[in-house]
Design a protein around this ligand. Structure first.
Ligand code: DX5
Ligand code: ZN
Length: 216
């Protein structure tokens, strides 16, 4: 049995001119957290939000902010994103940093720490830092853009990690919709960072309620 499902809409899929309203919409729809994607143009070939967007989200909503750093040097940005109001800070194992040190610094700030694996990254790569993680996020697309197709390769890794860690927050991000979310849930994931497929429908609340009904 997985821990309770958490639905975290990703505001990367929102209209950039209406980000404040998008955060309000996410909270009003009954989501658990707001997922905020930070891209630096180096680790991924796209640039998205700065700490000021996290600050804006902090003012817009009361629910936790789940901040995903797609950055080559995430260690240099721990303090700015913690200061901006992140409740969870997720950093990639493939980035250029001492992951153990970065995760420890995040926790020292009183913020939940998470490690992220790209679709091709083996589970063993996080073994040395697993004890420092409050959340492990499996990417099911190559990070950088919303609206890509789901890559199933990490499914067996999720299932393996769930076996090892029954209470861990196991998250998944990329190409999620009703069908792929359920597949991930069946493989042990319980945190769902969902972009396009939650922002497209008129009624996000009904969509989130559908997920809650299926994943318990
Ligand atoms: C991808 C981002 C995702 C993205 C997901 O690089 O990390 O959080 O917003 O978007 P969809 O659900 O559209 O794949
Ligand atoms: Zn993300």
């Amino acid at each position: 049995m997985n821990p309770a499902a958490r639905i975290n809409p990703s505001i990367l899929a929102a209209e950039v001119g209406h980000l404040y309203d998008a955060c309000r919409r996410v909270e009003d729809a009954g989501a658990d957290e707001v997922h905020i994607d930070i891209m630096d143009g180096n680790f991924v070939p796209n640039v998205s939000f700065s700490p000021s967007v996290v600050e804006m989200a902090r003012k817009a909503v009361k629910i936790p902010l789940n901040v995903h750093l797609m950055m080559l040097h995430p260690d240099q940005y721990v303090d700015p994103f913690c200061d901006a109001g992140a409740d969870t800070l997720l950093v990639h194992i493939e980035a250029d940093h001492d992951a153990a040190e970065t995760l420890t610094r995040i926790r020292d700030r009183g913020v939940r720490a998470g490690i992220v694996l790209n679709p091709a990254t083996p589970l063993e790569s996080i073994s040395p830092v697993a004890h420092l993680c409050d959340e492990v996020l499996f990417m099911t697309v190559n990070p950088g853009f919303g609206g890509q197709s789901f890559i199933p390769d990490p499914l067996p890794r999720m299932a393996e990690l769930r076996k090892r860690a029954p209470d861990l927050a196991i998250a998944v991000d990329g190409g999620l919709n009703r069908e792929t979310c359920l597949r991930c849930w069946e493989h042990g994931a319980n945190v769902f960072d969902v972009g396009s497929s939650l922002f497209k429908p008129e009624d996000m609340a009904t969509e989130i309620a559908w997920y809650r009904g299926r994943m318990r």
